[in-house]
Design a protein around this ligand. Structure first.
Ligand code: MD6
Ligand code: FE
Length: 216
Protein backbone atom coordinates (compact mmCIF):
# COMPACT_ATOMS: atom_id res chain seq x y z
CA UNK A 1 0.00 0.00 0.00
CA UNK A 2 2.82 2.34 0.90
CA UNK A 3 4.28 2.19 -2.62
CA UNK A 4 0.93 2.70 -4.28
CA UNK A 5 0.31 5.83 -2.22
CA UNK A 6 3.71 7.19 -3.17
CA UNK A 7 2.98 6.79 -6.85
CA UNK A 8 -0.52 8.20 -6.62
CA UNK A 9 0.39 11.28 -4.63
CA UNK A 10 1.79 13.50 -7.43
CA UNK A 11 -1.37 13.31 -9.56
CA UNK A 12 -3.48 14.58 -6.67
CA UNK A 13 -1.03 17.19 -5.47
CA UNK A 14 -2.77 20.56 -5.81
CA UNK A 15 0.56 22.19 -6.53
CA UNK A 16 3.42 20.72 -8.54
CA UNK A 17 6.73 22.51 -8.31
CA UNK A 18 8.78 22.76 -11.52
CA UNK A 19 11.51 25.03 -10.20
CA UNK A 20 12.29 27.51 -7.39
CA UNK A 21 9.80 30.00 -8.91
CA UNK A 22 7.75 27.80 -11.24
CA UNK A 23 4.79 25.65 -10.33
CA UNK A 24 1.53 24.17 -11.58
CA UNK A 25 -1.65 24.87 -9.60
CA UNK A 26 -3.80 21.85 -10.39
CA UNK A 27 -7.40 22.71 -11.25
CA UNK A 28 -7.03 26.32 -10.09
CA UNK A 29 -9.02 27.67 -13.07
CA UNK A 30 -11.96 25.24 -12.77
CA UNK A 31 -14.21 27.64 -10.80
CA UNK A 32 -13.62 30.29 -13.50
CA UNK A 33 -14.54 28.10 -16.50
CA UNK A 34 -18.22 29.20 -16.72
CA UNK A 35 -17.04 32.83 -17.02
CA UNK A 36 -14.06 32.09 -19.27
CA UNK A 37 -15.90 30.27 -22.06
CA UNK A 38 -18.30 33.08 -23.10
CA UNK A 39 -15.46 35.59 -22.64
CA UNK A 40 -13.30 33.69 -25.17
CA UNK A 41 -16.15 33.89 -27.69
CA UNK A 42 -16.31 37.66 -27.31
CA UNK A 43 -12.54 37.95 -27.79
CA UNK A 44 -12.43 35.75 -30.88
CA UNK A 45 -15.42 37.50 -32.45
CA UNK A 46 -13.38 40.74 -32.41
CA UNK A 47 -9.95 39.24 -33.19
CA UNK A 48 -10.29 35.78 -34.75
CA UNK A 49 -7.75 32.99 -34.24
CA UNK A 50 -5.12 32.91 -36.99
CA UNK A 51 -1.92 31.04 -37.86
CA UNK A 52 1.03 33.40 -37.77
CA UNK A 53 4.29 33.02 -39.68
CA UNK A 54 7.59 32.82 -37.80
CA UNK A 55 10.60 34.98 -38.74
CA UNK A 56 12.04 31.80 -40.27
CA UNK A 57 9.08 31.53 -42.64
CA UNK A 58 7.20 28.66 -41.01
CA UNK A 59 3.46 28.84 -40.40
CA UNK A 60 2.73 28.04 -36.75
CA UNK A 61 0.50 25.01 -36.14
CA UNK A 62 -1.02 26.73 -33.11
CA UNK A 63 -3.73 29.29 -33.91
CA UNK A 64 -3.64 32.41 -31.78
CA UNK A 65 -5.29 35.65 -30.84
CA UNK A 66 -4.82 38.17 -28.03
CA UNK A 67 -6.68 40.41 -25.65
CA UNK A 68 -5.48 43.27 -23.49
CA UNK A 69 -3.56 46.45 -24.28
CA UNK A 70 -0.76 44.53 -26.00
CA UNK A 71 -0.82 41.44 -28.20
CA UNK A 72 1.99 39.08 -29.16
CA UNK A 73 2.54 38.85 -32.92
CA UNK A 74 4.94 37.18 -35.30
CA UNK A 75 5.77 37.73 -38.96
CA UNK A 76 8.82 37.58 -41.24
CA UNK A 77 10.24 40.64 -39.48
CA UNK A 78 10.23 39.07 -36.02
CA UNK A 79 8.29 38.57 -32.79
CA UNK A 80 6.93 41.61 -31.02
CA UNK A 81 4.11 43.05 -28.92
CA UNK A 82 1.75 45.47 -30.66
CA UNK A 83 -1.34 47.39 -29.56
CA UNK A 84 -3.06 46.91 -32.94
CA UNK A 85 -4.21 43.55 -34.32
CA UNK A 86 -2.45 43.36 -37.72
CA UNK A 87 -5.37 41.36 -39.20
CA UNK A 88 -8.16 43.78 -38.23
CA UNK A 89 -6.27 47.07 -37.96
CA UNK A 90 -8.03 47.66 -34.64
CA UNK A 91 -6.83 47.46 -31.03
CA UNK A 92 -6.94 43.98 -29.52
CA UNK A 93 -10.16 43.31 -27.58
CA UNK A 94 -10.10 44.36 -23.92
CA UNK A 95 -9.05 41.72 -21.45
CA UNK A 96 -12.23 40.26 -19.90
CA UNK A 97 -12.43 40.96 -16.18
CA UNK A 98 -12.63 37.24 -15.36
CA UNK A 99 -9.32 36.71 -17.19
CA UNK A 100 -7.41 39.35 -15.22
CA UNK A 101 -8.98 38.24 -11.94
CA UNK A 102 -7.93 34.63 -12.56
CA UNK A 103 -4.41 35.72 -13.54
CA UNK A 104 -3.81 37.86 -10.47
CA UNK A 105 -5.33 35.28 -8.09
CA UNK A 106 -3.18 32.50 -9.54
CA UNK A 107 -0.06 34.66 -9.37
CA UNK A 108 -0.86 35.48 -5.75
CA UNK A 109 -1.34 31.79 -4.91
CA UNK A 110 2.12 31.18 -6.38
CA UNK A 111 3.70 33.96 -4.30
CA UNK A 112 3.65 36.82 -6.83
CA UNK A 113 1.59 39.68 -5.37
CA UNK A 114 0.01 42.44 -7.48
CA UNK A 115 0.33 40.82 -10.91
CA UNK A 116 -1.47 43.06 -13.39
CA UNK A 117 -1.09 41.62 -16.89
CA UNK A 118 -1.38 43.94 -19.89
CA UNK A 119 -1.26 41.10 -22.44
CA UNK A 120 -3.05 37.80 -22.81
CA UNK A 121 -2.00 35.52 -25.65
CA UNK A 122 -4.68 32.94 -26.41
CA UNK A 123 -3.44 29.77 -28.14
CA UNK A 124 -5.73 27.19 -29.72
CA UNK A 125 -4.50 23.64 -30.32
CA UNK A 126 -6.17 20.86 -32.29
CA UNK A 127 -4.87 17.26 -32.49
CA UNK A 128 -1.31 17.25 -33.85
CA UNK A 129 -0.62 20.91 -32.96
CA UNK A 130 2.69 21.44 -31.22
CA UNK A 131 4.80 24.31 -29.95
CA UNK A 132 8.55 23.98 -30.31
CA UNK A 133 10.94 24.79 -27.48
CA UNK A 134 11.20 28.53 -26.90
CA UNK A 135 11.87 31.19 -24.29
CA UNK A 136 9.37 33.96 -23.54
CA UNK A 137 11.66 36.93 -23.87
CA UNK A 138 9.81 39.64 -25.81
CA UNK A 139 8.47 41.21 -22.62
CA UNK A 140 10.04 44.43 -21.40
CA UNK A 141 10.90 43.32 -17.89
CA UNK A 142 11.31 39.85 -16.54
CA UNK A 143 10.31 40.70 -12.95
CA UNK A 144 6.65 39.85 -13.52
CA UNK A 145 5.75 36.16 -13.76
CA UNK A 146 3.88 34.48 -16.58
CA UNK A 147 0.56 32.84 -15.79
CA UNK A 148 -0.56 30.10 -18.15
CA UNK A 149 -4.07 28.58 -18.08
CA UNK A 150 -4.96 25.30 -19.80
CA UNK A 151 -8.50 24.40 -20.91
CA UNK A 152 -9.85 21.46 -22.89
CA UNK A 153 -7.72 18.58 -24.15
CA UNK A 154 -4.69 17.59 -22.10
CA UNK A 155 -1.22 18.45 -23.34
CA UNK A 156 2.28 17.35 -22.45
CA UNK A 157 4.30 20.40 -21.56
CA UNK A 158 8.08 20.22 -21.94
CA UNK A 159 9.97 22.19 -19.35
CA UNK A 160 13.69 22.66 -19.93
CA UNK A 161 16.51 24.81 -18.64
CA UNK A 162 18.23 28.08 -19.51
CA UNK A 163 19.77 26.64 -22.69
CA UNK A 164 17.91 25.05 -25.58
CA UNK A 165 20.02 21.91 -25.28
CA UNK A 166 19.28 21.38 -21.56
CA UNK A 167 17.24 18.28 -20.77
CA UNK A 168 13.47 18.68 -20.39
CA UNK A 169 10.88 17.23 -18.04
CA UNK A 170 7.41 16.28 -19.27
CA UNK A 171 4.53 17.81 -17.35
CA UNK A 172 0.89 16.96 -18.09
CA UNK A 173 -1.33 20.06 -18.30
CA UNK A 174 -5.02 19.28 -17.97
CA UNK A 175 -8.27 21.21 -18.15
CA UNK A 176 -8.20 23.84 -15.40
CA UNK A 177 -4.49 23.67 -14.56
CA UNK A 178 -2.60 26.93 -14.16
CA UNK A 179 1.18 27.18 -14.50
CA UNK A 180 2.91 30.18 -12.95
CA UNK A 181 6.54 30.97 -13.40
CA UNK A 182 8.88 33.85 -12.88
CA UNK A 183 12.01 34.81 -10.98
CA UNK A 184 14.97 32.56 -11.68
CA UNK A 185 12.78 30.30 -13.86
CA UNK A 186 11.45 33.12 -16.04
CA UNK A 187 13.63 32.37 -19.08
CA UNK A 188 13.55 28.59 -19.04
CA UNK A 189 12.93 26.90 -22.39
CA UNK A 190 9.54 25.23 -22.77
CA UNK A 191 7.25 23.80 -25.42
CA UNK A 192 4.23 21.58 -26.02
CA UNK A 193 4.36 18.10 -27.56
CA UNK A 194 2.02 17.29 -30.47
CA UNK A 195 -1.49 17.12 -29.05
CA UNK A 196 -3.03 13.65 -28.88
CA UNK A 197 -6.52 13.16 -30.30
CA UNK A 198 -8.37 12.64 -27.04
CA UNK A 199 -11.49 14.84 -27.11
CA UNK A 200 -12.45 16.76 -24.00
CA UNK A 201 -15.97 16.56 -22.53
CA UNK A 202 -16.56 20.33 -22.62
CA UNK A 203 -14.28 21.67 -25.36
CA UNK A 204 -14.21 18.74 -27.77
CA UNK A 205 -11.12 18.35 -29.96
CA UNK A 206 -9.31 21.46 -28.87
CA UNK A 207 -7.07 22.85 -26.19
CA UNK A 208 -7.13 26.52 -25.31
CA UNK A 209 -4.19 28.05 -23.48
CA UNK A 210 -3.98 31.61 -22.20
CA UNK A 211 -0.67 33.07 -21.20
CA UNK A 212 -0.82 36.31 -19.26
CA UNK A 213 2.17 38.61 -19.26
CA UNK A 214 3.28 42.05 -18.24
CA UNK A 215 4.67 42.92 -21.65
CA UNK A 216 4.94 46.70 -21.75
C1 MD6 B 1 0.97 26.36 -23.97
N1 MD6 B 1 2.57 27.93 -23.23
O1 MD6 B 1 0.91 25.88 -22.84
C2 MD6 B 1 2.10 27.27 -24.35
N2 MD6 B 1 4.95 30.21 -22.00
O2 MD6 B 1 0.16 26.12 -24.85
C3 MD6 B 1 3.67 28.67 -23.23
O3 MD6 B 1 4.37 28.86 -24.19
C4 MD6 B 1 4.05 29.27 -21.97
O4 MD6 B 1 2.57 27.89 -20.72
C5 MD6 B 1 5.37 30.77 -20.85
C6 MD6 B 1 4.85 30.41 -19.66
C7 MD6 B 1 3.90 29.44 -19.59
C8 MD6 B 1 3.47 28.85 -20.77
FE1 FE C 1 5.91 30.30 -23.89
Amino acid sequence: METLELFEAPAQDPCQRLGPSALVLRGFALPYVPELMPAIEIVEAASPFRHMVTPGGFTMSVALTNCGALGWTSDRRGYRYASIDPDTGRPWPVMPEAFSRLASQAAKAAGFEHFEPDACLVNRYTPGTRLSLHQDKNERDYDAPIVSVSLGMSATFLFGGQARTDSTVKVPLRHGDVAVWGGVDRLRYHGVMPLKDEPHALLGRQRINFTFRKAG
